[in-house]
Design a protein around this ligand. Structure first.
Ligand SMILES: Cc1cc2nc3c(=O)[nH]c(=O)nc-3n(C[C@H](O)[C@H](O)[C@H](O)COP(=O)(O)O)c2cc1C
Length: 223
């Protein structure tokens, strides 16, 4: 991609968010996680550019930050300060050039300067400890939460299936809210089960005899 094509891509994110706003949603979550395009620009393992968009940590941050700015500008154009913008990220990558916690904390600092409404970590294990670049005795959630220091609400996910799992994660004090992936796929009525004291009915494993049920629901949740 040329430098200009990257700017065009930034505008594409803003256009996608504009469609979401016009469709009546309350907000968007910028997907800076899970190895997709935004993370690829941030990571030295994948961003090999030596232009405006890469070559140093500061330059690798430009793509994610430009997307936040472009979506905020779109929101202002529509006079919709209430439209929520969140940012989701995966805090670390393996490999010598992969994202370190130190780099991620630098991005968190920069994101905190932006008009975002929340930050969100995508993890497979809520309790996963730091790999490198910060205190490895601490969990990633704790380190990022400490850095945010109350300036924005922070959401976290990772293998939280039951009501007890969610409560325990919340009570660590490392997140203002938990987010749920697989448990919702297994229990499309999860909120209803918890609200009505039916926690014992929460499914935590996939039931092959009931595969059609999941297919129907996974299409609903992931399409
Ligand atoms: C089938 C599947 C698809 C996923 N797709 C996405 C996705 O498109 N975007 C995203 O941010 N996370 C995605 N995730 C990650 C989840 O959002 C979540 O971070 C992860 O599954 C850990 O939470 P959980 O243990 O509650 O599922 C996906 C997870 C699964 C299992």
């Amino acid at each position: 991609m040329t430098e200009q094509e990257v700017w065009d891509m930034v505008q594409s994110y803003a256009y996608a968010a504009e469609l979401v706003l016009r469709a009546g949603f309350d907000g968007v979550e910028i997907h800076g996680a899970n190895g997709w395009q935004i993370q690829q620009f941030f990571s030295a393992a994948t961003n090999l550019r030596h232009d405006y968009w890469g070559g140093s940590l500061e330059k690798r941050m430009r793509f994610p930050l430009a997307i936040v700015d472009a979506i905020d500008e779109m929101r202002r154009k529509h006079h919709r300060p209430d439209f929520i913008i969140g940012y989701r990220f995966s805090p670390e990558e393996p490999g010598e050039q992969g994202i370190t916690m130190k780099e991620m904390l630098a991005l968190v600092d920069a994101l905190l300067e932006k008009p975002l409404q929340y930050l969100h970590i995508s993890l497979w294990d809520f309790y996963k400890k730091v790999r490198r670049g910060a205190d490895t005795n601490l969990t990633r959630m704790q380190v990022v939460h400490d850095r945010i220091n109350g300036r924005l609400p922070f959401f976290g996910s990772g293998n939280l299936y039951t009501a007890d799992d969610m409560l325990k994660a919340y009570q660590t004090g490392w997140v203002e809210s938990v987010s749920i992936g697989k448990s919702i796929m297994l229990n499309p009525n999860l909120v209803d089960l918890i609200e009505n004291g039916r926690e014992a009915e929460i499914q935590t494993t996939f039931d092959w005899d009931n595969a059609d049920f999941y297919h129907t629901n996974s299409v609903l949740f992931w399409s």
